[in-house]
Design a protein around this ligand. Structure first.
Ligand SMILES: Cc1cc2nc3c(=O)[nH]c(=O)nc-3n(C[C@H](O)[C@H](O)[C@H](O)COP(=O)(O)OP(=O)(O)OC[C@H]3O[C@@H](n4cnc5c(N)ncnc54)[C@H](O)[C@@H]3O)c2cc1C
Length: 544
C-alpha cells in the first residue's frame, strides 16, 4: 500500500473562476515560483500560481524524510532580494533541515503576502497555445480552466519523483513511499523491518536517521557514491551576527564562483604541488564542513584526469577507514565513475551505519531485484522480508515535471515529442514552437537560489519590456535553439558531469535520451550570456 498525502483544502485562498484571464500563470510554488510571483506582481502583472502540493515550498514541502536538509550553506541558499528578510530570518544551522526550510518559505509567502495569488492542490494537466490570441489555455486536474498570455513553468528540477517499475509492487502488504513524497503525518519505522532502495543523496541523508530506530534495515545499492562528511552544526549568536553583517560579501562570493557557492577553487593544480602538500590540503579541507572539500580544492580535481583520480583514491580510503567489514567496505567504495561527476551526497554518520549488526547492504548489481513480493523484495539470490519499503530512487530530473504536463505549442506539437531525443531549448529559457512559455531550468549543478533569482529577474524584465512596447508574443528561433544544443553537446563533452550514469544526463530513467540536462556554462557565464541577449533586443527570439 502506498502511503499518500492527505488532500487538504487550500484555506484562505480565493478560488479561480472558470475561464479567468491572467497575464502570467506560474506553475509551482517552490523557491522559483514564489520569487517569480513576487517579482511579477511587483511589476503590476496579474499573476496566478498553480501548485500541486498542499503547501508552498516545493522541494521543501515534499521532502519530509528524516534527515532531509541543505548541502548549501543555509545563508547562501536563502533569497537575497530583501534586506529586511535577510535581517529578520535566523538560520539555526549551517545546513538547515527540511522543517526549518519549509518554515522559511512559508514565512516568505506570508511576509510578501503571496498566498492570495496561489492556488494549492491544483496540478496543471495541460497547457495549450492559442495562436490567435497569443495566449495559453491552462487546465488543472481539479477542473480549473484559465487563460494567460505567459506561462512560467517553475515546476522544479528535482520534483518529478521516480519509482522504478518493479513487478509486484501493488502486491506489497507493508507500507511504501518515495522520499520525495514522504507522508505529511510521518512514516512509522521504529521497530520495523525497513528496506531502502537507492543510495543517492536522499538515501544518504535518510539512512543514518532511521537506522537509529528500525528493528532491521536492508539497503539495496546499485551504485556506491563518493559521500563526504557534512559536518553540520548550530549557528551560535556570534556567527549569526557575523552572517547578517556579511551578506553583501557572501552573495558577492557566490556571484563570482562557477556553481554560485561561496567556495572558490584553488587555482593550483593538484599535480603541481608535492604529494605531502597535496595530502595536507586534502586533509585540511576534509575537516571542513560542506562542499569546501570539493569546491575549494585544487581546480583540476573537477576535471577528468589524473588529479581527479588522485582525490578519488583519497576519498575511497576515507570510506574504508570507517567501515569495519572489508567486504562491505568494498561494496561501498565507488570505482565506476569519477569523483565529482555526480552531485556529491553529504552525510552525517552514513558509513558507520553499515557497522551496525541490524543493517545489511545488498548489492543489486550483483543480484538484481526481480520483484516486490507481498512480504518484501526478491532479488536473484534471496528474499528480504520487509514491513516498510522506501524508494530513494530519485527524479526524472529537469525535464520530467515539464513532460508530465500535456503542453501543446504551435501546430499542436507536444513538448514530450519535442524532447524525445533530449531537451531542445534556447539557453534553457524557451523551446521553439512554444511561444510565451518560459522554462526555469535553474542552475542545475549549482547553488539553486543563487541561480534562480537572476533568472527570474531576467524573465520579469523581459515581460516588462514587452509590455512597455505593446508586444504580446516571444518565441525562441529554431536557429538559436540549434546553436545552443550544439554548444551543450560540445562543451558538455569536456565536463565531469557527463562522465557518470547520473540524472545530470538522464541516465537514471529507463528510455530517457542521454543528454546533458542544464547548462554546461558556469553561473557567471550564463548570467553574462542572458544579459547580452537582452541588451541585443532579445537576440535569438522573435518578438511580436
Ligand atoms: C532532497 C533535496 C535536497 C536539495 N538540497 C539542495 C541544496 O541544499 N541546495 C541546492 O541548491 N539545491 C538543493 N536541491 C535542489 C532543489 O530542488 C532546489 O534547491 C529548489 O528547491 C528548486 O526550487 P523550484 O521552485 O525550482 O522547484 P521545486 O522546489 O521542485 O518546486 C516545484 C513545484 O512545482 C510543483 N509542480 C510540478 N509540476 C506541477 C504541475 N503540473 N502542476 C502544479 N504544480 C506542479 C511541484 O509540486 C513543486 O512544488 C535539493 C533537492 C532535493 C530533492
Amino acid at each position: 500500500m502506498e502511503h499518500t498525502q492527505p488532500h487538504s483544502a487550500a484555506a484562505g485562498t480565493r478560488l479561480v473562476e472558470d475561464g479567468e484571464q491572467y497575464d502570467v500563470i506560474i506553475i509551482g510554488a517552490g523557491v522559483t515560483g514564489l520569487y517569480a510571483l513576487y517579482r511579477l506582481r511587483e511589476r503590476g502583472f496579474a499573476v496566478r500560481v498553480f501548485e500541486a502540493g498542499g503547501g508552498v515550498g516545493g522541494t521543501w514541502y515534499w521532502n519530509r524524510y528524516p534527515g532531509a536538509r541543505f548541502d548549501s550553506e543555509s545563508y547562501t541558499y536563502g533569497y537575497s532580494f530583501s534586506e529586511e528578510l535577510l535581517q529578520e530570518w535566523d538560520w539555526k544551522e549551517h545546513y538547515s533541515g527540511q522543517p526549518e526550510n519549509e518554515r522559511y518559505l512559508n514565512y516568505v509567502a506570508d511576509k510578501f503576502d503571496l498566498r492570495r495569488d496561489i492556488q494549492l492542490n491544483a496540478r496543471v494537466a495541460s497547457a495549450v497555445y492559442d495562436e490567435r490570441t497569443h495566449c495559453w489555455q491552462i487546465h488543472t486536474e481539479e477542473g480549473y480552466r484559465v487563460r494567460a498570455q505567459f506561462v512560467i513553468a517553475a515546476v522544479g528540477v528535482l520534483s518529478a519523483h521516480y519509482v522504478p517499475d518493479f513487478a509486484g509492487l501493488e502486491s506489497f502488504q507493508g507500507v511504501w513511499c518515495h522520499t520525495g513524497r514522504w507522508p505529511q503525518d510521518g512514516l512509522e519505522v521504529a521497530g520495523k523491518r525497513v528496506g531502502v532502495i537507492g543510495t543517492g543523496a536522499s538515501a544518504v541523508q535518510l539512512i543514518p536517521e532511521i537506522a537509529k530506530d528500525v528493528a532491521h534495515l536492508t539497503v539495496f545499492q546499485r551504485t556506491p557514491n563518493y559521500c563526504v562528511p557534512l559536518r553540520n552544526g548550530p549557528i551560535d549568536p556570534a556567527w549569526q551576527r557575523q552572517i547578517k553583517a556579511s551578506y553583501p560579501d557572501i552573495f558577492q562570493q557566490c556571484r563570482d564562483t562557477p556553481g554560485a557557492f561561496m567556495h572558490a577553487f584553488d587555482p593550483r593544480s593538484a599535480l603541481a604541488v608535492s604529494p605531502d602538500e597535496r595530502r595536507a590540503q586534502y586533509e585540511r579541507l576534509w575537516a571542513e564542513p560542506g562542499f569546501k572539500k570539493w569546491l575549494a580544492n585544487f581546480y583540476d580535481i573537477m576535471l577528468p584526469g589524473e588529479a581527479n583520480e588522485d582525490y578519488a583514491e583519497f576519498v575511497r580510503q576515507k570510506i574504508r577507514e570507517r567501515v569495519k567489514d572489508p567486504v562491505v567496505a568494498d561494496k561501498l567504495v565507488p570505482t565506476d565513475h569519477p569523483f565529482g561527476s555526480k552531485r556529491l551526497p553529504c552525510e552525517s554518520g552514513y558509513y558507520e551505519v553499515f557497522n551496525q549488526d541490524n543493517v545489511l547492504l545488498v548489492d543489486v548489481r550483483e543480484a538484481p531485484i526481480e520483484r516486490i513480493t507481498p512480504t518484501g523484495i526478491q532479488t536473484r539470490d534471496a528474499e528480504y522480508a520487509l514491513d516498510v519499503l522506501i524508494f530513494a530512487t530519485g527524479y526524472d530530473a529537469v525535464t520530467g515535471a515539464l513532460t508530465r504536463i500535456d503542453i501543446r505549442g504551435t501546430g499542436g506539437q507536444t513538448l514530450q515529442e519535442k524532447f524525445a531525443e533530449g531537451p531542445r531549448s534556447y539557453m534553457g529559457l524557451q523551446s521553439a514552437g512554444f511561444p510565451n512559455l518560459f522554462t526555469m531550468p535553474g542552475a542545475g549543478a549549482g547553488n539553486f537560489t543563487r541561480g534562480c533569482e537572476p533568472l527570474v529577474e531576467w524573465v520579469s524584465e523581459c515581460l516588462g519590456s514587452m509590455r512597455e512596447k505593446g508586444l504580446t508574443r516571444i518565441e525562441a528561433t529554431p536557429e538559436a535553439e540549434e546553436a545552443w544544443r550544439a554548444h551543450v553537446v560540445e562543451a558538455g563533452a569536456g565536463l565531469l558531469r557527463t562522465k557518470a550514469n547520473s540524472w545530470f544526463v538522464g541516465a537514471n530513467i529507463p528510455g530517457k535520451a542521454r543528454f546533458l540536462l542544464g547548462s554546461p556554462d558556469s553561473a557567471p557565464v550564463m548570467r553574462a550570456k542572458r544579459a547580452e541577449v537582452a541588451a541585443k533586443g532579445y537576440e535569438g527570439f522573435v518578438l511580436q
